[in-house]
Design a protein around this ligand. Structure first.
Ligand code: SF4
Length: 367
């Protein structure tokens, strides 16, 4: 289908099977989604949820958290429950963390079955647990961690080597009838990366997660990602994207969103983003978010409105939102672009937000 509504792109979208990462469809005719990865210690639940709040406010739709230790695995239930966007657990070798992530309610797991097979062949069990929970798996092949056998065969991480590795990883799950998969084949060189994804796109119908690995500091990483994703997306290849930058992850989301907007693959409408709430929350964020959503439902201009649970960090976390409210002590701090413009009693939050939204619309020249 042409669910993208992308007037500029003449090339039809590659047909991929659709998977669900929590409530976010990936592949098929689903809009290309933007994801990022937290940089906090996953075991630090509050810090991680705060960063997820920032990412969500910036437009991130799926977030990945690293799970290198048992403490991190133990934090997953709280993070998965409170995150407003689906959480993917990133696991390298330990099957026990994969099971923990599935039990924790994570929306997906990134794990390479080749690693699991090497150390402890539990691929079949993982396939069954993931099937039972409806949890998809991302297979992520990186140039830097390519299988020794393939490095020897191809001499280096060529596009062919990356694709062969990815398809082999997939086959380990397919043997168990598991196909709820998306794939990435990352390389730090956009030329290699583009060719790898082209070949992969032709060789399978799994949805593809685009990424340039070790893309570098903000400027270089932005250029590399824009060039590589732009080339592929314009060919209809790519179902979800993650820009990797040596910079705060909010920057990754801004760049990813701008790339999609540049290609006409994302049109912003009214977007309500709410923080997951954490130990600092002084208000029922979910109820407040519902009231704000109802109040601004038919608003005619693209607007990102943040609903944050506390006045301490809320406005700062929601800097990327056009407008927002941070609540506490029966009051709401109304902020525009992260600056508090007024404080009103809780009962006046929705009407004040509508007023401020009108003012922004006026400034944008909308009737
Ligand atoms: Fe951030 Fe405050 Fe919400 Fe906690 S309650 S996630 S600190 S805005």
């Amino acid at each position: 289908g042409d669910g993208q509504g992308a007037p500029g792109l003449a090339t039809p979208r590659r047909r991929s099977r659709q998977i669900m990462v929590g409530n976010v469809p990936v592949g098929g005719d689903a809009p290309v989604s933007v994801q990022s990865m937290t940089t906090t210690l996953t075991a630090d639940v509050n810090a991680t949820l705060q960063q997820i709040a920032e990412l969500t406010a910036a437009g991130c739709q799926i977030v990945r958290v690293a799970v290198p230790s048992q403490d991190d695995a133990d934090a997953l239930p709280a993070i998965a429950r409170k995150s407003p966007i689906p959480v993917i657990a990133d696991i390298h070798f330990q099957p026990k963390y994969v099971f923990a992530a599935i039990d924790a309610g994570c929306a997906a797991v990134r794990v390479n079955p080749g690693n699991i097979k090497k150390f402890d062949d539990k691929v079949g069990e993982i396939a069954r647990a993931a099937t039972d929970a409806g949890v998809p798996i991302r297979i992520g092949v990186n140039a830097g961690s390519l299988d020794k056998r393939l490095l020897e065969k191809h001499g280096r991480a060529t596009p062919e080597a990356l694709v062969e590795s990815a398809l082999w990883e997939c086959s380990l799950f397919e043997e168990h009838g598991f196909r709820d998969i998306k794939i990435s084949v990352k390389h730090n060189d956009p030329v290699v990366m583009i060719e790898a994804y082209r070949r992969l796109a032709a060789a399978c119908d799994y949805p593809l997660h685009l990424g340039v690995t070790e893309a570098g500091p903000a400027f270089q990483g932005t250029i590399k990602s824009a060039v590589a994703f732009g080339a592929l997306l314009a060919e209809g290849i790519g179902d979800t994207i993650r820009v990797s930058l040596s910079a705060p992850p909010v920057e990754e989301v801004k760049v990813g969103t701008a790339i999609l907007e540049s290609l006409g693959l994302r049109q912003r409408g009214l977007e309500i983003v709410s923080c997951p709430s954490c130990g600092r929350a002084q208000v029922d964020v979910y109820t407040l978010a519902e009231r704000v959503t109802a109040g601004l439902k038919d608003f005619p201009v693209p607007l990102r409105v943040a609903v944050m649970g506390c006045v301490v960090n809320g406005p700062g976390e929601a800097r990327e939102a056009d407008l927002g409210v941070a609540s506490g002590n029966g009051k709401g701090q109304i902020f525009v672009k992260g600056q508090v413009v007024k404080t009103v009693p809780e009962a006046q939050i929705v009407e004040t937000l509508i007023e401020e939204a009108m003012r922004i619309a006026d400034e944008m020249g909308v009737e």
